[in-house]
Design a protein around this ligand. Structure first.
Ligand code: HCA
Ligand code: CU
Length: 387
């Protein structure tokens, strides 16, 4: 069963300038719960006492999803996380040779010992805890290091290993395919008789996060990380709405999530993050189901399928038509229909000309201003009005 882990409250808060107060974190978590995400990563409690308090608050109020916390491979981080009452703990430790040599305190074997000891410690403190081990930057680390660390992690009590594409390095269909990586990784662990659930955490540095995540799914990953608006370090990670839609509607995987609840969630996160939803954001953007050119609106008026492969009703939305320089007579008729206004053919043509001329100035005519344009274009003839 595919599960979705939302990390808006942890990875998303690593977006420069984004900070969610604890009551806002609770509101976002409750909105995520309404959408039905399976796991909510609420924060890294050791980073800051406010984050610890917010994580505890979320863990105490959310019953419809598993609440997770983030921790380095250090007992103090585990203690801080478990004091928050979470049911899922993500422990990360990079095992690339370069990182171990330049930044870490350990060589590979002591790093592996530290990872295993920390996991065993957490499992002992809370036997029902679900533990995920993430070899950060897994895909650019020596494969054998990742395998050795993961085997030790699973033997110490980790149930989930997350393949992190920490720098958005992977490219579908190339020799940097996450599909190939996950498939080979699972096969290699299976040779040791180990079958942890595989998670994928895909950064979007090359704009390929979702494509890579779906490659991971195809190779058997069962937990997929995402954030609202794809927030996160640098270019962020997988966008939650896009992921849920692809899994649920296109691939028919996972439990039924409540896609209609996404609109409120995006609005809430956007407002508190201070990050506007781009107008052309797939699925959630203002223009995502708005048709512009006359040829398009003409065809869509007969059957939206001509220019739409996603059904806006999945999100509780409807199609729209933009009134601007690209409009045709069918755009005007669509708008008149919406307004339940009856206007003769020649007035429609005059309205179209006004709409086009406003559009050429780089503005879209809203439905609410159209009645005034109609009035202006209706008899007594426009020419009789004082200029
Ligand atoms: C980080 C890096 C991380 C960790 C992911 C994980 C990544 O900010 O700590 O712990 O599963 O991209 O590798 O987000
Ligand atoms: Cu990340």
């Amino acid at each position: 069963m595919i599960q979705v882990l939302d990390t808006t409250l942890r990875e998303g808060e690593q977006t420069p300038g984004v900070y969610f107060d604890s009551h806002v974190k609770l509101a976002i978590a409750m909105s995520l719960e309404k959408v039905g995400v399976d796991i909510i990563e609420a924060g890294h409690p050791k980073v800051d006492p406010d984050i610890a308090r917010a994580t505890a608050l979320v863990a105490s109020r959310i019953t419809g999803a598993t609440v997770a916390a983030h921790a380095r491979s250090i007992e103090a981080d585990v203690d801080a996380a478990l004091e928050c009452g979470v049911g899922f703990l993500g422990i990360f430790y990079c095992v690339s040779d370069r990182r171990l040599a330049q930044i870490g305190r350990d060589d590979l074997s002591s790093a592996i010992r530290r990872i295993a000891d920390t996991i065993a410690y957490a499992k002992k403190r809370q036997p029902d805890l679900i533990i995920r081990y993430t070899p950060e930057d897994a895909v650019r680390s020596p494969f054998d290091n990742v395998v050795q660390a993961s085997i030790a992690a699973v033997e110490a009590g980790a149930e989930v290993i997350s393949v992190a594409d920490t720098t958005g390095f992977m490219i579908p269909g190339s020799d940097r395919s996450l599909y190939d990586y996950v498939a080979r990784f699972k096969e290699t662990l299976a040779l040791s008789g180990l079958f942890p659930r595989i998670a994928v955490h895909c950064h979007n540095d090359r704009g390929l996060a979702l494509a890579n995540a779906l490659d991971g799914v195809r190779a058997g990953a069962e937990i997929i990380d995402a954030t609202v608006l794809g927030l996160g370090e640098r270019a962020g990670i997988v966008d939650l709405a896009q992921l849920l839609h692809a899994l649920q509607v296109d691939l028919k995987l996972g439990k039924p999530w409540n896609l209609e609840a996404l609109q409120d969630l995006y609005e809430l996160v956007s407002r508190h993050a201070g990050v506007p939803v781009p107008v052309h954001h797939p699925l959630m953007g203002r223009n995502a189901f708005t048709h512009c050119a006359g040829v398009h609106t003409h065809a869509v008026a007969r059957d939206p399928v001509h220019y739409q492969s996603v059904d806006p009703a999945e999100f509780g939305r409807t199609i729209g038509v933009a009134l601007d320089h690209m409009s045709g007579i069918s755009s005007i008729r669509w708008a008149l229909d919406k307004l339940e206004a009856e206007v003769d053919e020649s007035t429609q043509r005059r309205v179209l000309e006004v709409v086009k001329s406003i559009g050429r100035r780089g503005r879209t005519v809203s439905l609410s201003e159209l009645p005034y344009i109609i009035s202006q274009c209706s008899a007594p003839s426009e020419q009789q009005l004082p200029s």
